[in-house]
Design a protein around this ligand. Structure first.
Ligand SMILES: [Zn+2]
Length: 447
């Protein structure tokens, strides 16, 4: 087994805990001194707080509803933020000349706007925090591939909108860089496969759902790329998907667990666990009543305190993922606690031959883009080839009025993705939040 030359730089568990306490005290002091909202929330707190459990829980809807008082820079207003986000030409540019401003897709039912400066992120830099510190870990064959392919990178994502992958990609590469290409995750799989074959990337980045589909294309002989490194983000992979990706691509797999709220949150290890940087992020798995979930038990949700954030404090904030903490030390030797994330699993629709065709969420996003007047869609798999559509119309509109257009666009989309055999019908109920409190774009038959 290759040893990690960076391992010696790891802090001890005790050092991690004491750094966490110091940084929490600083973050709380800064938030209450500069955010009117947190000043009010922490009014009755003692002067120095080193125990996160003393703090009240915050949520995205609660913070978003008081946006202008939340931030610590009085130049930031919700009005300016919305104007910036409405302009696609500003993707990847700096908000107010210094901030990265990104928005969540709204999978938890409401959009969130997140603002951070380069200075804040710089605090969490260095080898331990960088997903790109993998060069020394590569097997010679993979390193060879990386170099012979000129370190060409292909990133597969939704190309529209100020979401974090898009904004950070454009910021890093601009739009005319031949070595770094991005591809739409919303296009038909066959087109994506043709584009990747033509480009032959050394590094591929995509959500786990897309990458798992591509592994299937590689197994079927339609995809011919052989990347050295595959980075996956987003939904958690099943063990079979993980094994299939490593087997099909022969690549070093980096499984990134991060969020708009915490861009540098964790690092995955070869054992398939995410080690959370608890010297910079307090990570508390909790039950529905916010009492702590013990290690070894799947939590209802997780609260995070992001200790490097200053512009927009996120302290004891409900992230919403169901997580499982490993109860024993991870064999990889990392001093950071190890987690698996169960919350964001990819859901795939299959074609008539039973082969994976598309991730349901991709269909929902494409549909939302093609149809106006619907605030929220939810697809429910009602049978092996039957879908029900739940819709929440915009104010003043009715689902049955919007349905003919939705039906036509969804039929077209299904056909584009080799799923023309699916029947579709309008559900007689609106989209629902799942028992875990998360909004899911798609509910499989057994949900
Ligand atoms: Zn590990």
């Amino acid at each position: 087994m290759l040893s990690n030359p960076l391992a010696s730089k790891n802090p001890s568990t005790g050092e991690i805990q004491s750094r966490q306490r110091e940084r929490l005290a600083d973050a709380v002091a800064h938030a209450r001194a500069h955010s009117p909202l947190f000043a009010e929330l922490y009014r009755d707190m003692p002067e120095s707080v080193t125990d996160p459990q003393m703090l009240p829980v915050t949520t995205k809807p609660g913070l978003m509803a008081d946006f202008d008082r939340w931030t610590t820079d009085r130049d930031i207003t919700l009005d300016q933020v919305e104007k910036f986000l409405a302009r696609p030409d500003l993707i990847g540019t700096k908000f107010l000349d210094k901030y990265l401003l990104t928005t969540t897709s709204g999978s938890t039912g409401r959009r969130g706007f997140f603002i951070i400066s380069a200075d804040e992120l710089r605090a969490v830099s260095g080898p331990a925090y960088s997903p790109s510190s993998i060069g020394p870990l590569l097997l010679p064959i993979r390193l060879f591939r990386l170099l012979t392919k000129g370190i060409r990178t292909a990133t597969i994502m939704d190309l529209a909108g100020h979401h974090v992958l898009n904004s950070t990609w454009v910021q890093a590469h601009g739009t005319g860089n031949k070595r770094h290409q991005r591809y739409s995750s919303l296009q038909p799989l066959s087109e994506l496969v043709a584009q990747l074959n033509a480009f032959d990337p050394a590094i591929v980045t995509g959500t786990s759902g897309i990458v798992a589909l591509l592994a299937g294309e590689k197994a079927a002989g339609r995809l011919s790329i052989s990347p050295a490194v595959v980075l996956i983000a987003g939904e958690t992979l099943s063990d079979e998907e993980r094994a299939s990706i490593i087997r099909e691509f022969g690549a070093h797999l980096v499984d990134v667990y991060a969020a708009n709220e915490a861009l540098r949150l964790s690092k995955s290890c070869a054992q398939g666990w995410h080690h959370v940087f608890t010297d910079w992020v307090v990570f508390e798995p909790v039950e529905a009543d916010y009492s702590p979930t013990p290690a070894g038990v799947l939590s209802h949700s997780v609260l995070i305190s992001v200790l490097y954030r200053r512009t927009q404090p996120l302290l004891r904030y409900e992230l919403g993922d169901a997580v499982l903490q490993r109860p024993d030390p991870c064999p990889c030797g990392s001093p950071y606690p190890a987690f698996k994330v169960q919350g964001r699993t990819a859901d795939v629709l299959r074609n008539e031959e039973g082969a994976p065709a598309v991730i349901a969420q991709v269909l929902v996003r494409s549909l939302a883009r093609r149809v106006d007047g619907v605030r929220k869609f939810q697809l429910v798999q009602a049978g092996p080839s039957a879908l029900q559509v739940r819709m929440l119309p915009a104010d003043g509109l009715r689902a049955d009025e919007l349905w003919p257009k939705v039906r036509e666009e969804l039929k077209t989309l299904l056909a584009e993705h080799d799923l023309a055999h699916f029947t579709i019908e309008l559900a007689n109920e609106p989209p629902r939040i799942s028992p875990g409190g998360k909004f899911r774009h798609y509910l499989p038959a057994d949900a």
